[in-house]
Unconditional design. Structure first.
Length: 173
């Protein structure tokens, strides 16, 4: 599987780090990190292709790259608004635009709450285009007792919708 992961904003990047940490080795990961999320040093152990957010002509910016899915974790409200309005002014928003036009899986994990009416309107618009809106929300049925268990549940749910096999959380039986 080829996966693009974009990290925007500064809060919530810990979940993105763990998302990478738990990825199976067979996932080919292409990473784009916004200026506000410069946390690249944590990814040195994994096989990752890092792309500059300023390089809008990168290989992953083309539909011919044949990516399987794109995830933006966390997704800042600024990035979400740009995607909703069709603005593709950097590599993160460009790969989201390509995912939409190619009808590939696109997961956005909005990180701010409460959500404003504008943010909710943007999310609704994108959800109607089959974008997966998946903020890091705890599922209480998972019976998580620690922060790490909660994070594993959230990341496991993201993997599920992206088609990445995992056993990060206890499934409902």
């Amino acid at each position: 599987m080829k996966l693009i992961l974009a990290i925007t904003g500064a809060s919530g990047t810990n979940l993105a780090k763990k998302f990478i940490e738990y990825l199976p080795d067979e996932v080919e990961l292409h990473l784009v990190v916004s200026e506000h999320a410069k946390i690249v040093e944590a990814f040195e152990e994994k096989k990752i292709t890092l792309h500059s957010n300023k390089n809008i002509g990168a290989s992953i910016a083309s539909g011919s790259f044949q990516v399987d899915a794109t995830a933006i974790i966390p997704c800042s409200m600024n990035t979400l608004a740009k995607i909703s309005c069709g603005v593709a002014d950097n590599l993160v928003t460009r790969v989201a635009s390509v995912a939409l036009k190619e009808q590939k899986k696109l997961l956005l994990a909005p990180r701010e709450m409460p959500f404003s009416a504008i943010a909710l309107e943007n999310m609704e618009k994108l959800a109607k285009l089959n974008v997966i809106i998946a903020p890091p929300v705890m599922g209480y049925y998972s019976d998580s007792r620690t922060i790490e268990e909660m994070e594993r549940f959230i990341i496991g749910k993201w993997y599920d919708v992206l088609g990445i096999e995992n056993d990060l959380y206890e499934r409902w039986s």
